[in-house]
Design a protein around this ligand. Sequence first.
Ligand code: C2E
Ligand code: MG
Ligand code: MG
Ligand code: MG
Length: 285
Amino acid sequence: AAKAAGKHRWHRYQPRLHTRMKERHELQSAMDTAIAENQFTLRYQPVVDITDGEAVVGFEALVRWSHLRHGLLPPQQFISIAEETGQINMLGAWVLSQAASDVAGLQRVSASPSSPYASVNVSALQFRDQGFLHKVGDVMENSGLAPGSLQLELTETALVTDPAQTRSVMRQLRDMGVRIAIDDFGTGFASLRYLREFPVDVLKIDKSFIDGITEDSKKLGLVEGILRIADTLGLQVIAEGIESTAQRDLLTDLGCRCAQGYLFARPMTVEQGGHLLSRNGTPPR
Ligand code: C2E
Ligand code: MG
Ligand code: MG
Ligand code: MG
């Protein structure tokens, strides 16, 4: 009976599975020309200092695919495909140089004495690619980005996949003045040892810990724990996914300095980022 049920399920779901596979294949073959034809576009989500009037300290680049038929596709719909095929290296290189030159432009209009930094998501595969360090060096030299204002976001997966090589690449990045952030911190499998032994600069506390933090004492305790670990190891912290003033106030009370979330700003175009910076820099009349 179980077998029959299984068979039945297969027949019911096969068309959908087939459609999904067809879609993935279609996106896969469209990706090469998409890069050449400028169909990828970046949005920037500000990182703000919640201890300093929510001043903008950085911009995280978030990629979208402006697909001819499917509209604006979110990264979840194509990053994993790009990873499967290795196209992530090309896409990632594009994101890196575009983000660096966009944020270099924002730094020029910024009225604040300290330039906002660029933060770029890097997939584990891309991080281990031969050409990656060279690409970063090239961007640092030619983008016009102020020295020390590039941050790369890695997930814990990147740390645990090939620790020895990861550490070596991280060291070389640090020598170039690049900062390393661990994205979605707390959701992966990295041990505290990695944080101590690897040249990490920033922990980004995953949104899943922030959701419900004002009602759930266990989540609150975990975030307090992460803040203490960061403090002990001399790491900066960014809380991700802040949506309410209650969450913001609680995190400020806990001593968390930086945050991102819809409460402050949604991902925006580089032009909107420029407006935000010039508004911020305008003294009240
Ligand atoms: P992430 O790096 O953790 O980025 C945060 C995601 O949460 C973004 O989604 C952002 O728009 C969203 N977000 C920010 N604040 C809030 C909030 O207050 N509430 C809610 N509900 N969401 C919020 P997005 O842009 O769809 O990106 C999803 C993921 O795709 C990113 O997660 C990152 O892992 C990946 N990604 C984006 N751009 C790139 C890229 O250029 N390269 C690579 N390898 N991955 C990327
Ligand atoms: Mg990120
Ligand atoms: Mg994240
Ligand atoms: Mg995430």
